[in-house]
Design a binder for this molecule. Structure first.
Ligand code: C2E
Ligand code: CA
Ligand code: CA
Length: 448
């Protein structure tokens, strides 16, 4: 099923800095240039086997460059490394064996490829990347230690001596550039983490409110969504900073702030007849829910803010279900006893199994927007959507459809029996004052 989550550029999504992407791009272009120049030089000398190898280097470098430009950075870097390793091994075993006049040199590039691999591994840890780094280092050790002989050596000694100097110089420069890029990337990550940690006490977080409506499009509540207004980076999407905050163990503190802020809003709404009936949905991450003090924190926050628990909805994603399910059920039951409603967010995208759904004390199911957006174009998706609504209703859960962007989607969902909706059609996430103004306006219109 096509996902319609807000797409970040591939660089941001993968936590690559723009500088890092540029480094990979220029690195691959440099490799292509080195291959081309050496191919020309060896063509003039007449060492045709070497020309073939150098042309392979040129093609590999160019292919990585094109892949990165087209946004396939992860694949480009892995495939490029694999190609360069094969070329370096073939070159080192057959054409570039040590003689009394010149040592072997091409294997030195394996260290550059390993360094590039390590940089990539820092971004996305994968077994393939680890295996490629291991292969690079192993081949380097073998080629550096084992002289071997080959019947294919056809380069004149002068060319090999000059080539040794030139290649040693270029590989060292590239290695230095890699170390510099690594250092810059680590500093950037440190700075990002530091800024994220400081954001809480610098009050750089903000909640925005997205309307939730009933079948007649009357506002029944809102979902509170987090924003980081960083002075350096502008408004940072939660999709980008929440995973980093989770890694740094900050999500419990940030989520605590969200809950407290949301409960203060709810308490304020409780004082006005216009807003009294509104509910507020708050997202809770798995790490937050699983924290041992979560339930007592929620209880204390409700007491402190005087928010009405009957108006509070806590949204959980299916990722909590992969952990200790009995513990999750116990925690949710405690929250239920306080009068809080529990919603299952992004339904259908994760691990949901019907048996879990039956056992979990969940009152609301939020159908992920990918289902909603596919439904108008595909009859299979439409019937899937219809069945999810029916099944949820049979299990006694209310169903809220997310990501509704058109009247066509709204009507289809209503026809299937859905009664609660959220999406750009009814309003994008907005500042609290705008949300309040809008809900008053909508109500006035409804009463007129
Ligand atoms: P979510 O809980 O599924 O929130 C809905 C996301 O969909 C929001 O993105 C919202 O702006 C977007 N959206 C709403 N209607 C539409 C629509 O009609 N079309 C499209 N294309 N998108 C729509 P946002 O605000 O960027 O939040 C992204 C995710 O970040 C949230 O997904 C939630 O998982 C997480 N998040 C946001 N705030 C918090 C928070 O306070 N705590 C935790 N733990 N997670 C949060
Ligand atoms: Ca949500
Ligand atoms: Ca959602």
């Amino acid at each position: 099923m096509a996902s319609t989550r807000p797409q970040l550029s591939s660089e941001t999504a993968n936590h690559y800095s723009t500088r890092m992407v540029a480094a990979f791009r220029y690195g691959s272009l440099s490799i292509a240039c080195i291959g081309l120049i050496q191919a020309v030089v060896f063509a003039l000398i007449g060492s045709w086997l070497v020309v073939v190898m150098e042309l392979a280097v040129f093609v590999a470098g160019l292919a990585i460059y094109v892949l990165i430009r087209r946004g396939h950075l992860a694949f480009g870097v892995l495939a490029g490394q694999a190609a360069l390793i094969v070329i370096a091994i073939v070159m080192g075993l057959l054409l570039d064996v040590p003689t009394s006049k010149a040592p072997r040199i091409s294997h030195i590039y394996l260290l550059v490829v390993a360094a590039l691999g390590y940089l990539n591994y820092q971004r996305a840890k994968s077994r393939t990347q680890l295996a490629l780094i291991g292969l690079c280092l192993l081949s380097f050790i073998v080629l550096a230690s084992e002289p071997l002989t080959s019947p294919f050596v056809e380069m004149p000694d002068v060319a090999r001596t000059i080539g040794t100097w030139a290649n040693a110089f270029m590989a060292t420069a590239m290695l230095a550039a890699c170390v510099h890029a690594m250092q810059a990337e680590f500093t950037r990550k440190d700075r990002y983490s530091g800024d994220l940690m400081a954001a809480l006490w610098r009050s750089e977080f903000q909640l925005v409110y997205q309307p939730q409506v009933d079948i007649s499009q009357r506002i029944i509540g809102a979902e509170a969504l987090l924003r980081w207004n960083s002075p350096k980076r502008g408004s940072v999407s939660p999709v980008e900073f929440i995973p980093q905050a989770e890694k740094l163990g900050l999500m419990v503190a940030i989520g605590g702030w969200v809950l407290e802020r949301g409960c203060y809003t709810l308490a304020e709404w409780g004082k006005t007849s216009h807003f009294q009936r509104l509910t507020l949905s708050i997202n809770v991450s798995a790490s937050q829910l699983l924290h041992e003090d979560f339930e007592s924190f929620v209880r204390d926050t409700l007491v402190k803010t005087r928010a009405d628990p009957q108006r509070l909805i806590l949204e959980l994603t299916e990722s909590v279900l992969v952990t200790d399910i009995e513990l999750v059920i116990a925690k949710l039951n405690t929250l239920r006893e306080m009068g809080i409603t529990i919603a299952l967010d992004d339904f259908g995208t994760g691990y949901s199994s019907l048996s879990y759904l039956r056992r979990l004390p969940i009152q609301q199911i939020k159908i992920d927007r990918s289902f909603v957006q596919d439904a108008v174009n595909s009859s299979d998706s439409a019937s899937l959507l219809k069945n999810i609504v029916l099944m949820s209703r049979d299990l006694g859960r209310t169903v809220l459809a997310e990501g509704v962007e058109s009247m066509e989607q709204h009507n289809l969902l209503a026809q299937f029996g859905c009664i609660e909706f959220q999406g750009y059609l009814y309003g994008k996430p907005m500042a609290l004052a705008d949300f309040e103004q809008r809900s008053v306006k909508v109500e006035a219109k409804g009463l007129a």
